[in-house]
Design a protein around this ligand. Structure first.
Ligand code: 5AD
Ligand code: SF4
Length: 478
C-alpha cells in the first residue's frame, strides 16, 4: 500500500510510549472553517457504535459535529449519504464482525454511487486494520482515530469535495480537547468523560495503545458540565474513564477521584454512577464518599478478570485474589445494599484447570449481581499475544459456559431477594417487549419492567417488585 501525502497512519509501537510531560488542555482546537459550514446540507448520515461507553460518548461528539455541518441523522444505512462505523478493538471476534459489516455495506453503492463510508474508533488505531482497509476495502474513504475526532469537518471535506481518501490516525499520547459539539442520545441520562486513556497496560489489553495515556479533564470543566446537565433536567450522570480511580493524578489533584465524586454529589443531581474502577487503586476515601452520599448509586463495576493470584500477576493486574476480596468486602461492609458487577476473562494463555477453579470459587464468594465474561482474545502488539498457549478453544468454551452457569445462579439469587420490596426506579420509557409496560433501572442498576399510569421518561418512581427473573424484575408502581 502506498502512503499518500497528508495521511497519518497508526503506529502501535509509538502508541506505547509514555512520557512525563503533562497533557495540554486545548480549548479552541475545534473550528469549522467557513467554507465547510454547510457541507452536509441536504445530506443524511448513519452512525453505528460498537463497544464501550467511551465509544458511545465519542459517537455523541461525532453526531454533534455532523449536525453542526447540517447532516441529518437516519436510522438505516440504506437511507444515508454518509455511513460511519465507530468501532471497538478489545476482542478479535467483534472486529471481524465490523469488517464483515463494512464489506457488506459496499452494496449500497449500487443505489447511491456517492455514498461515503467511514471507520473510526479503536480499530482505526491499529496498523493491521488500517492497512487491510486501505488495500482491500477501497470503498472506505474516511478513516480517523480516537485522537482525531475534532478534525472530522476537514477530513470529510477532503473526501466530499477533493474526491480523496482521508486517513488521519495519530498515535500520540493525546491531549484533552474541550468545547467539542455534543448531541446527547439520552434525554435524562448522560455520559460525562472525566478522563481519557489508560496507563495500566494489562498484558492482554489493547486499550492503552488505542486511547493513549491517562489524562484528566480539569475538575472545573467536569463540574460545569454536570451543573449544566442538571439545569437541563438530566437526572443521572455516569462519570467515564478507562480507570476513573486514576482521575486527577496527572493534574496533581489531591484525593483525585474521591474529591471529584464528592463535588459531583454536592451539585445535587439525582443519580451519579461511574465506570470503570480498577481494583488496584480504589481508595478508602472513595469508599467513604460513595457511602456518604445518597445520590451516588450503590452499584460498583469492579473487574476482577481472574480469581487466581498467579494468573493476575501474568495479566499485569497489580493485585492478588486476597487483595481483591479484601477490597470487595470493605466496599460491601461500608456501602449499604451495594450491588456489584465484574469482568472475567477465561482461557488466558496456559490457564490451568486449578486456576479456572479459583475463578469459580471467587464468584462463589462474591456472588456478583452481574458479570461480563469473555474468552481471551490475542491482540497484536500486546505482551500476552506473544505468549505460547496450551489451552484449546474447546476447553476455553467449556470454561466460559461453566462460568456463565455459575454467575447466573447468583444473579438469580440476588434478584429473588427483591421480591415484595419497594424500589426507586428511574423511568427510561415504555418496555421494548410490551407497550403497556414501562422500564427503568433501580439504584442498584437492576432492570425493572412495571405497570404504571401517568409516568414519563425521567421520572423517579416507587415500584413494588412482584416477580423476579435472572436478568430483570417485574413490578407495579405504588
Ligand atoms: N480478550 C478478552 N477480553 C478482553 N478484555 C480486554 N481485553 C481483552 C482481551 N484481549 C475484557 C476485560 C475488560 C473488558 C472491557 O474486556 O475483561 O475488563
Ligand atoms: Fe485495559 Fe487494564 Fe486499562 Fe482496563 S485497566 S483499559 S483492562 S489496560
Amino acid at each position: 500500500m502506498k502512503q499518500q501525502p497528508g495521511w497519518a497512519l497508526p503506529d502501535l509501537r509509538a502508541a506505547q510510549k509514555r512520557t512525563k510531560t503533562e497533557s495540554v488542555i486545548e480549548r479552541s482546537l475545534f473550528q469549522i472553517p467557513s467554507e465547510i459550514k454547510q457541507l452536509g446540507q441536504g445530506k443524511k448520515y448513519y452512525l453505528r457504535t460498537y463497544g464501550c461507553q467511551a465509544n458511545e460518548r465519542d459517537s455523541e461528539t461525532i453526531a454533534g459535529i455532523l449536525e453542526e455541518l447540517m447532516f441529518i441523522p437516519v436510522n438505516v444505512p440504506e437511507e444515508a449519504d454518509l455511513v460511519i462505523l465507530n468501532t471497538c478493538a478489545v476482542r478479535k471476534n467483534a472486529e471481524d464482525k465490523v469488517l464483515g459489516e463494512m464489506g457488506s455495506l459496499k452494496r449500497l453503492q449500487r443505489d447511491n454511487p456517492d455514498v461515503i463510508f467511514g471507520l473510526c474508533g479503536c480499530m482505526a488505531q491499529e496498523e493491521e486494520v488500517v492497512n487491510l482497509l486501505l488495500e482491500k476495502y477501497r470503498h472506505v474513504k474516511l478513516i480517523f482515530g480516537t485522537h482525531n475526532i475534532h478534525r472530522l469537518p476537514e477530513l470529510l471535506y477532503d473526501v466530499m469535495l477533493g474526491g480523496k481518501r482521508s486517513v488521519e490516525v495519530l498515535s500520540k499520547e493525546g491531549e484533552v480537547i474541550e468545547n467539542l459539539p455534543v448531541k446527547r442520545f439520552g434525554k435524562h441520562k448522560a455520559w460525562v468523560n472525566i478522563m481519557y486513556g489508560c496507563d495500566k497496560f494489562c498484558t492482554y489489553c489493547i486499550v492503552p495503545y488505542t486511547r493513549g495515556k491517562e489524562r484528566s479533564r480539569t475538575m472545573e470543566d467536569v463540574l460545569e458540565e454536570i451543573r449544566e446537565l442538571k439545569n437541563e433536567g438530566y437526572k443521572e450522570v455516569t462519570l467515564l474513564g478507562q480507570n476513573v480511580n486514576s482521575y486527577g493524578k496527572d493534574l496533581h489533584i489531591e484525593k483525585g477521584f474521591a474529591a471529584l465524586l464528592e463535588e459531583t454529589a454536592k451539585i445535587g443531581i439525582d443519580r451519579i454512577r461511574f465506570t470503570t474502577s480498577h481494583p488496584w487503586d480504589f481508595s478508602d476515601e472513595m469508599i467513604d464518599v460513595i457511602a456518604k452520599y445518597d445520590n451516588i448509586m450503590p452499584f460498583i463495576h469492579l473487574p476482577v478478570q481472574s480469581g487466581d493470584s498467579d494468573m493476575l500477576k501474568i495479566m499485569g493486574r497489580r493485585y492478588t485474589r486476597e487483595e481483591y476480596l479484601t477490597l470487595f468486602h470493605k466496599i460491601k461492609d461500608k456501602v449499604k445494599n451495594c450491588a456489584f458487577s465484574t469482568d472475567i476473562i477465561v482461557g488466558f494463555p496456559n490457564e490451568t484447570e486449578e486456576q479456572f477453579q479459583q475463578t469459580l470459587s471467587l464468584v462463589d464468594e462474591c456472588k456478583f449481581d452481574n458479570a461480563y465474561t469473555f474468552i481471551y482474545s490475542p491482540r497484536e502488539g500486546t505482551p500476552a499475544a506473544k505468549m505460547d498457549d496450551n489451552v484449546s478453544l474447546e476447553v476455553k468454551q467449556r470454561r466460559l459456559a461453566e462460568l456463565n452457569e455459575r454467575w447466573n445462579v447468583y444473579a438469580n439469587e440476588k434478584n429473588m431477594a427483591y421480591q415484595g420490596q419497594i424500589v426507586k426506579v428511574l423511568v427510561d420509557g415504555v418496555s421494548k417487549k410490551n407497550k403497556e409496560v414501562y422500564s427503568g433501572y433501580t439504584e442498584t442498576n437492576k432492570l425493572v419492567n412495571f405497570s404504571a399510569t401517568d409516568v414519563k421518561p425521567g421520572d423517579i418512581v416507587n415500584v413494588r417488585i412482584t416477580a423476579c427473573k435472572t436478568f430483570s424484575l417485574d413490578g407495579e408502581m405504588c
